[in-house]
Design a protein around this ligand. Structure first.
Ligand code: NAP
Length: 487
């Protein structure tokens, strides 16, 4: 990161902020888009919030995220507030407004969840929704469900008064000149899947006061509908309390078609397991976190972050939240992946897998035969399928990969999901000297193998560099030096 006189500061205020993942999102977007900004967390006490906001403006800070416990209190120190944030009653993003000499507040949490469910293909229009929890996140979920045309919403909470309060607040919004009300007027011609106007569905339901139904967690059996979309928005089930869930009753889970847990650590929560075990499809909400960050970044920098960059940042985020203890070695043939990999595994008491051998065992034939009998496309498909299998199952393992493995973008992403990726590099001439006597390298069956190596390396080197976390020079042929560079 090159910080200079033009670098803009963005950041986070909250308390605590020590475990925030937001720097991973924002600093990775800046790095990948070559945007000169840096994201820093600031711990701010409740009684210093006004001074922090005013000070941030005077320090020319471009924008801030706001987290617990300031998401409500911050509203009184803003010069403007976006309609949705006003409706939800919580602000998590501040955008500098020079004309008003202060910050405008937004709620990108609800935008993040909306973007996640669209990407996951979850359609809320005309569906019955069950929301577990009635805290700040549940309120944003309720708002998002109404806005997207849900036909009925149950809010289940331990403290039923809080669920009732959200219902009251939302009924208020639907009867007034609010952002939510106006969004229905704007989309008044949009139909749900049963060809009803979304606005009419909502307005019908509100007038009967049977649109949002607050109930106690223990009374979940009053829900008679099935095919539910359920959102888990309580704090129960969060790591390390991974065996906990607010509703244990299997009958409840049988009614759920799609379940989204706002908790993303662990990756598969108990709520998600229960949804899956009872025939539903389950998601965690790490993408909500990603997209609330992307939405904030786009507001601050007045840009649109390209999807390819979002995918790369998502990978970095996953690696921060679910770190893996595997080591992946990539590089051209003759770069020493097998030799180094085996020595490393032995030294560190790790397992060793050679991806080519693994594929040969699985397919029951050699790589050369797979190429000949099934074609290169099929081989590449098997490679990707193998990486998905390894990603989901490997731990404490050194994986040495075939020379062509990281060339496909999909595979390069999977390799980083498996572990920390080391690219073993060597000069073309060194590689040639290492492999020239080897008769088992079909790629080098030609009149001028050295030129072939040079041509292939020209094409592959940038892809290896993009796919790796660390480059390790193996030109010296000194195994100890290479091992020291990796461990
Ligand atoms: P919050 O305002 O503190 O609300 C907590 C909720 O959990 C309340 O409904 C509370 O019920 C319930 N709860 C707490 N302890 C309980 C217990 N022992 N038994 C039953 N219910 C219990 O928190 P929040 O801001 O809404 O956040 C809720 C969850 O969503 C958190 O885990 C948070 O990490 C997650 N979240 C994720 C994202 C994301 O980007 N993926 C974004 C925001 C939030 P009572 O009302 O009865 O106390």
């Amino acid at each position: 990161m090159n910080i200079n006189g033009l670098t803009r500061t963005i950041g986070l205020i909250g308390n605590p902020v020590e475990h925030t993942l937001s720097p991973v999102i924002h600093n990775n977007i800046s790095k990948r888009m070559d945007i000169d900004s840096v994201y820093v967390p600031f711990r701010v006490e409740a009684d210093g919030l006004d001074k922090a906001i005013n000070g941030a403006y005077e320090l020319n800070i471009l924008g801030l995220n706001v987290t617990v416990p300031h998401k409500n209190a911050v509203k009184e120190f803003l010069v403007d507030i976006d309609g949705a944030a006003r409706d939800i009653g919580a602000v998590n993003t501040l955008v500098r407004d020079e004309s008003k000499h202060g910050y405008k507040g937004y709620n990108t949490d609800y935008m993040g969840l909306e973007r996640q469910i669209k990407e996951d293909g979850i359609e809320l229009s005309g569906r019955t929704v069950a929301i577990l929890g009635a805290g700040g996140a549940a309120k944003a979920v309720t708002y998002m469900c109404i806005k997207n045309g849900a036909s009925k919403i149950y809010i289940l909470n331990r403290t039923i008064d809080k669920a009732r309060q959200i219902a009251e607040d939302m009924y208020g919004l639907l009867n007034n000149d609010t952002s939510l009300y106006n969004s229905f007027c704007d989309s008044s011609k949009e139909m749900d899947k049963d060809n009803m106007l979304i606005k009419d569905i909502v307005v019908d339901r509100i007038s009967s006061k049977e649109y949002i139904i607050p109930i106690s967690l223990n009374d979940n059996n009053v829900i008679t509908e099935d095919n539910l979309i359920a959102f888990q928005a309580t704090s129960i089930g969060l790591s390390p309390n991974i065996d906990k869930v607010v509703i244990e009753d299997k009958e409840f889970y049988k009614k759920i078609a799609v379940g989204v847990d706002l908790i993303y650590n662990p990756a598969t929560t108990k709520f998600m397991k229960l949804v899956n075990e009872n025939g539903g499809k389950a998601y965690n909400a790490l993408k909500m976190l990603l997209y609330q960050g992307v939405a904030a970044y786009e507001l601050w920098h007045k840009i649109s972050v390209p999807q390819e960059i979002i995918e790369e940042v998502y990978l970095e985020l996953k690696r921060s939240v679910y770190p893996k203890d595997n080591i992946v070695l990539i590089g051209f043939m003759g770069s020493g992946k097998s030799t180094v990999g085996k020595a490393l595994a032995e030294r560190a008491s790790m397992n060793f897998i050679d991806s080519d051998e693994y594929i040969e065992n699985k397919a029951g034939m050699s790589i050369a035969d797979i190429f000949e009998k099934m074609g290169e496309d099929e081989f590449r498909r098997i490679e990707t399928e193998t990486l998905i299998e390894l990603r989901d199952n490997l731990s404490n393992t050194v994986l040495a990969t075939g020379g062509g493995m990281p060339l496909r973008r999909e595979n390069a992403i999977l390799l980083k999901e498996i572990g920390r990726v080391f690219y073993l590099t060597a000069a073309n001439r060194v590689i040639y000297d290492r492999v020239k006597e080897d008769t088992k390298r079909p790629l080098l069956f030609c009149d001028d193998p050295y030129s072939k190596i040079c041509d292939l390396m020209k094409e592959r080197r940038p892809l290896y560099e993009k796919a790796c976390d660390v480059k390790v020079d193996t030109n010296s042929n000194d195994l100890e030096e290479v091992l020291a560079a990796i461990s």
